[in-house]
Write a protein that binds this ligand. Structure first.
Ligand SMILES: [Zn+2]
Length: 465
C-alpha cells in the first residue's frame, strides 16, 4: 500500500450510512501529499516518513512497528464486522427503553439541581447535578441521537436524526440546550471528525489546534495556564465558534462544487466570512480579532449561535424565579449556581472529550482513508482511547464517551450496543495484536495536556510508529 502521491481533489462521503446528511453530501478538499506535508515537520515529528511500501503485514520494512508487521488486517476487520452484525441485529425495544431511562436520569439531575440551586447561594450538590445534566445532554443524548443511533429504533420520531434539536431556536433550546448549534455540530462532528479522524482535516485534532501553544516560546507554566483557561471555557471559546465555522465552510464547499468553481479562485474567495484554510481552530478570540480589523462576519455568525443560549440559560431561566414570585435572593442563588456549573461542565467535558483521541500512545494520520474500509476500522481503534466501561452510572458519568473506540467503529449504534460490543472488540484486538488503549480519565490527563503544551507528541501512522 503506497502512502505517497495522493491526488488532491474533491471527495464525497458516499459511504456514510448515516441518515440526514446535507443534500448533495459533504464535500472536502483532501489529499495533501504526505511528502509535502509541512505539518509533519512543523509539529515536531521530524521529516522522516515512509515513502511507500507496505503499511502492515509481513512485507513491511523494519522501520514499521512490530504489531503492524504481524497484523492480519483483513482477518481482524472481518471479525470486527461480525461484531457489528451481531450487536446491530440485537437492537430493539430494550435500546429505546434504555435511551428513555437515560433521558429521565438527565431530567432528574437537571430539575433537582435547579431546585437546590435556587435554595442556597452556593449549592455543591446543585452545581454537580446541573453540570452533569448539561454534560450528558450533550454527550449522551444529543450526540448519539444526532448520529442517528435511535432514528430507526425510536417509534415516537422525537429522537430521529435531522428532527431532534434541528430547526428553529426554540426547538434547539428545548431538545438540546447548549452553546453549539446542533446543525453545526452535525457537520463538524459527525462528518468532518468521524470520517477524517486524526487527519489534517479533523477539526478536533488537538495537536494541530494547539500547535501555536505547543510551539510558543514561553515557559511551561504559561502553557499550562492557557490549557486551564480553555478547559474552563472551551465550549464557548472553542467549540461553538469552531463548529459554526465548520458548518459555514462545508456549505460553501458544497456551493462551490455545485457551481463548478475552485475554492481557491478569486470568485470563491470574494466576500467569505471565514477563511476556508485549515489551521488553528477558530476561537472566539479570532472572531474578536477579525472584528477589530473591521471584519464583523465571524463575530456576527458566532453571536447568532451563542447569544440565544446565553440569554436563555443565564437570563430568562433564573428570571423565571422572579416571575413566579420568589424574592431576588432566589434569582441570585440560581444565577450563581448556574455560572459555577457552567465552569464545571466545561471542565468535565474537556477531561472526557479532549482526551478521547490524544496521547503519545494514540495515532494521528497524514493521509486520508476510504470510509468503512479495513484501514478505516483500524484507524478508529488506534486513533481513539476508551475509559473504564460498564454500568449505566459509570457510563453516564463518562457521557458514554468511554466507548470511544467502538463509537468510532460504528457511530450510529445505540448506547446499549456499545456496552455489548466493547468486550468483544477488546478481545478481537488482543487476538490480532491491535493496540486497544483503555485507561482512566485521570491516567489520560497528563498525556492529553502533554500533547497540548508540546512535551509529548502523538504517534504518526505514516511514519511507521
Ligand atoms: Zn461521535
Amino acid at each position: 500500500m503506497c502512502v505517497g502521491g495522493t491526488t488532491v481533489g474533491w471527495v464525497k462521503e458516499e459511504a456514510s450510512s448515516e441518515e440526514g446528511a446535507p443534500e448533495g453530501g459533504v464535500w472536502h478538499v483532501v489529499g495533501k501529499d504526505i511528502q509535502a506535508d509541512k505539518d509533519a515537520t512543523s509539529y515536531g515529528y521530524g521529516a522522516r516518513v515512509l515513502s511507500g511500501g507496505a503499511m502492515w503485514g509481513p512485507e513491511c520494512g523494519p522501520e514499521v512497528a512490530g504489531w503492524r508487521r504481524g497484523l492480519d488486517l483483513a482477518g481482524w476487520a472481518s471479525e470486527i464486522r461480525g461484531i457489528e452484525k451481531q450487536v446491530r441485529s440485537e437492537q430493539g425495544e430494550r435500546d429505546t427503553a434504555h435511551l428513555h431511562k437515560m433521558v429521565r436520569w438527565t431530567q432528574v439531575c437537571w430539575y433537582l439541581g435547579l431546585v437546590l440551586a435556587c435554595a442556597s447561594r452556593v449549592s455543591v450538590a446543585g452545581v454537580l447535578l446541573l453540570s452533569t445534566a448539561t454534560f450528558v445532554q450533550w454527550t449522551m443524548i444529543g450526540h448519539h441521537v444526532i448520529h442517528g443511533g435511535y432514528s430507526k429504533l425510536d417509534k415516537s420520531g422525537k429522537y430521529k436524526r435531522g428532527v431532534f434539536a434541528f430547526g428553529n431556536v426554540a426547538k434547539r433550546l428545548h431538545d438540546w440546550s447548549d452553546w453549539m448549534r446542533p446543525e453545526a455540530w452535525d457537520v463538524e462532528h459527525n462528518h468532518l471528525h468521524h470520517y477524517q479522524l486524526g487527519e489534517e482535516n479533523d477539526p478536533d485534532l488537538v495537536e494541530r489546534n494547539m500547535h501555536s501553544v505547543r510551539s510558543a516560546d514561553v515557559g511551561l507554566f504559561w502553557k499550562y495556564l492557557i490549557v486551564l483557561f480553555f478547559a474552563c471555557t472551551w465550549k464557548w471559546t472553542y467549540y461553538a465558534p469552531n463548529t459554526t465555522k465548520a458548518l459555514y465552510k462545508t456549505r460553501k464547499m458544497t456551493e462551490f462544487k455545485k457551481r463548478g468553481i475552485s475554492p481557491d479562485s478569486a470568485e470563491a474567495q470574494k466576500g467569505l466570512t471565514f477563511s476556508l484554510e485549515d489551521g488553528d481552530a477558530y476561537t472566539i478570540f479570532q472572531a474578536v480579532e477579525d472584528a477589530a480589523r473591521g471584519r464583523f462576519g465571524g463575530l456576527y455568525e458566532i453571536s447568532s449561535v451563542m447569544l440565544p443560549y446565553a440569554v436563555w440559560h443565564f437570563g430568562i431561566m433564573p428570571a423565571m424565579t422572579l416571575a413566579a414570585g420568589f424574592p431576588a435572593e432566589t434569582f441570585y442563588n440560581c444565577l450563581t449556581n448556574l455560572l459555577i456549573a457552567e465552569v464545571l461542565t466545561n471542565v468535565h467535558a474537556f477531561l472526557v472529550i479532549a482526551g478521547n483521541h490524544v496521547g503519545d500512545d494514540c495515532y494521528r494520520f497524514s493521509t486520508p482513508v476510504a470510509p468503512k474500509s479495513d484501514e478505516f476500522l483500524l484507524r478508529a481503534v488506534i486513533g481513539s482511547v476508551n475509559f473504564p466501561t460498564g454500568g449505566d452510572v459509570n457510563d453516564m458519568l463518562h457521557g458514554f464517551l468511554n466507548y470511544q473506540i467502538e463509537h468510532h467503529l460504528w457511530s450510529d449504534l445505540s448506547m446499549v450496543s456499545y456496552q455489548k460490543a466493547a468486550p468483544l472488540v477488546r478481545e478481537v484486538c488482543a487476538k490480532y495484536g491491535v493496540p486497544y488503549v483503555q485507561q482512566t480519565v485521570w491516567q489520560r490527563v497528563p498525556k492529553t495536556v502533554g500533547c497540548m503544551v508540546g512535551t509529548k507528541s502523538m504517534k504518526l501512522w505514516e511514519r511507521g510508529d
